[in-house]
Design a protein around this ligand. Structure first.
Ligand code: COA
Length: 256
């Protein structure tokens, strides 16, 4: 297991922690592979009841590694990022997240698939897909309007601006705003509490909560994925990625 993904076992709870602090925990192909392997293991492990995603105290994740977007774009259903998103949709056990600092791109959209989310006061959420000349992913074009309504979803996805834990709580993206240094402990405590509940009742409750959701979600993710794959190759996206690494605003004025 890569040390950029740390897997810890706390009794019946597995914690999967993003740990690439020098790059704000940006997720590489290898990191997605490691997360998918850990989730596969968690899915099968008897007695393992809850998975908690966390980052480092300063950052959850800055999302997909922008260099990978340029150099190793996800091309098909077998690419690790797609397998990660599918694992989120089909995961039968409880998913919890503890968010401190930036949660950008997939760092925010993956939360739409978690059952419980705890965020520190320092959490900053952002879905800057359009800013990067991309489109929403992880089924967020379906789940976000369901959660927040069309107007709010349009604002968050079209302007792509960061929002804080209070706003995330208001739209129902997170359960609770915690003190920064208490966030991970709170998520682990809640996860541990669920792990003491009757396991079959928990499994069935989760299955009922997501009943009917997975097929439309998979279809939407496939549609998003087709657009996303094309966008990654586009001149607009090339300008956006180059601007990111040159630390300047992208200039889309020459595009129609
Ligand atoms: N992919 C690749 N590298 C990334 C990255 C990403 N998603 N996010 C941050 N990094 C790198 C930066 O390039 C920088 O590297 P360097 O030290 O070699 O120059 C380092 O991580 C630190 O990032 P920096 O931007 O200096 O930190 P910050 O505290 O000022 O800002 C963020 C943190 C997360 C707000 C900011 O880095 C950011 O917006 N990242 C891009 C997020 C993004 O667009 N993700 C894709 C979404 S689809």
């Amino acid at each position: 297991m890569s040390d950029e993904i740390i897997v810890r076992r706390h009794g019946q709870v597995m914690e999967i922690a993003f740990n690439r602090p020098d790059k704000k925990n940006a997720l590489t192909v290898a990191m997605y592979e490691a997360v998918v392997a850990a989730m596969d293991q968690a899915r099968e492990a008897p007695g393992l009841r809850v998975v908690v995603f966390s980052g480092t105290p300063e950052c959850f994740t800055s999302g997909n590694d922008v260099g990978d977007f340029m150099n190793s774009p996800p091309v098909d259903e077998n690419s690790p990022v797609i397998r990660f998103l599918q694992a989120l949709v089909t995961f039968p056990k409880i998913l919890v997240a503890a968010v401190n600092g930036p949660a950008v791109g997939v760092g925010t959209t993956m939360l739409l698939h978690c059952d419980l989310v705890y965020a520190g006061e320092n959490a900053r959420f952002q879905m800057p897909f359009v800013n990067l000349a991309l489109v929403p992913e992880a089924g967020s074009s379906l789940l976000l309007p369901q959660l927040a309504g069309h107007r709010k979803a349009a604002e968050l996805l079209l302007l792509g601006e960061a929002f804080d834990a209070g706003q995330a709580r208001e739209i129902g993206l997170i359960n609770e705003v915690c003190a920064d240094d208490a966030t991970r402990e709170r998520a682990l405590e809640r996860a541990g509490r669920i792990a003491t509940r009757a396991p079959e009742a928990v499994r069935l409750t989760k299955a009922l909560l997501v009943e009917g959701r997975s097929q439309p979600l998979m279809e939407r993710m496939a549609l998003e994925g087709r657009h996303f794959g094309e966008r990654l190759q586009s001149p607009e996206a090339r300008e956006a990625f180059t601007a990111f690494f040159e630390r300047r605003e992208p200039d889309f004025s020459r595009f129609e």
